[in-house]
Design a protein around this ligand. Structure first.
Ligand SMILES: Nc1ncnc2c1ncn2[C@@H]1O[C@H](COP(=O)(O)OP(=O)(O)OP(=O)(O)O)[C@@H](O)[C@H]1O
Ligand SMILES: [Mg+2]
Length: 259
């Protein structure tokens, strides 16, 4: 990647509070094209909030968010700061597709309809073109035979793979995963881990919040340990997991049972 290509996503000194509760206290994260960045940290450290601020599902009060070098434009300040440009919000949100812990598939739609819905309705793409892409993506994640079933008829691992296909069908610049394997039994978890590893090997840009330290160690270029809304330590996975410097990270890792 050329040195002057801007990161796909850059977050600078982001601050976010819910009322008087300061959740993010100046967090900076950057992901170049092809980077896999993992966010780890205790429950309540602000990991989900950071992802939700990054794709503008939540407002933040201070700091900058840049998408492919383009800064989010804001109106107002502090607690009344909001994105100023709706078209920009849509552009950024559709390019940073989220995958959630609870899959969030639409229960009343078949798997194929779930995968096709946003490209057709949000991006206005041709239905036949989207259907071809959706079927290919469902094949790729190993559930090409499930196009016509409803989410409730599938295992959690299959539902999560469908949710990943749905995110990919938007042809986003990056994928944001919020604990994609935490709701799954261990054997189903591995199906999803394999898909995420395949995506990493393909050079997809991904930011992954996870409690699975083995996944973070295996797929990441960079790991960030959040503690109480601040980055306590960050670095390459070998450094962070092999030789954690701060006592907080040492404690966190020793309390985390390896997968
Ligand atoms: N909508 C909200 N309103 C008020 N407080 C919130 C809201 N969402 C999150 N919080 C608070 O913000 C803090 C950070 O929450 P967040 O969900 O980002 O943590 P997390 O690191 O993702 O935790 P977990 O590992 O449990 O998912 C917590 O104290 C949480 O209670
Ligand atoms: Mg969370």
């Amino acid at each position: 990647m050329s040195a002057n290509t801007p990161p796909v996503l850059e977050i600078r000194d982001l601050h976010k509070a819910y009322g008087t509760l300061e959740v993010l206290k100046g967090v900076s994260v950057s992901a170049q094209a092809g980077d896999v960045v993992s966010l780890i940290g205790s429950s309540g450290s602000g990991k989900s909030t950071l992802l939700r601020c990054a794709n503008l599902l939540e407002d933040s009060q201070q700091g900058e968010i840049l998408f492919c070098g383009e800064p989010v434009t804001w109106k107002g300040s502090a607690m009344s700061r909001h994105p100023a440009d709706h078209a920009q919000v849509t552009r950024i949100r559709t390019n940073l597709s989220m995958v959630f812990q609870q899959f969030n598939l639409w229960a009343h739609m078949t798997i194929l309809q779930n995968v096709m819905e946003a490209p057709v309705t949000v991006l206005g793409e041709d239905r036949a073109v989207v259907e071809t892409r959706a079927r290919a993506l469902l094949d790729k994640v190993g559930i090409g035979d499930k196009c016509d079933v409803y989410p409730a008829q599938m295992s959690g691992g299959q539902q999560q793979r469908a949710a990943i296909a749905r995110a990919l069908c938007m042809e986003p610049k990056a994928l944001l995963f919020d604990e994609p394997t935490s709701a799954l039994d261990p054997e189903l978890e591995q199906e999803v881990v394999k898909v995420i590893k395949d995506l990493a090997a393909e050079g997809r840009t991904m930011i992954i919040v996870t409690h699975d330290m083995r996944l973070a160690a295996d797929v990441s270029d960079h790991v960030i340990f959040l503690h109480q809304g601040k980055i306590e330590e960050e670095g390459a996975p070998a450094e962070l997991f092999g030789a954690p410097k701060t006592e907080r990270l040492q404690q966190f890792l020793s309390a985390t049972v390896p997968a």
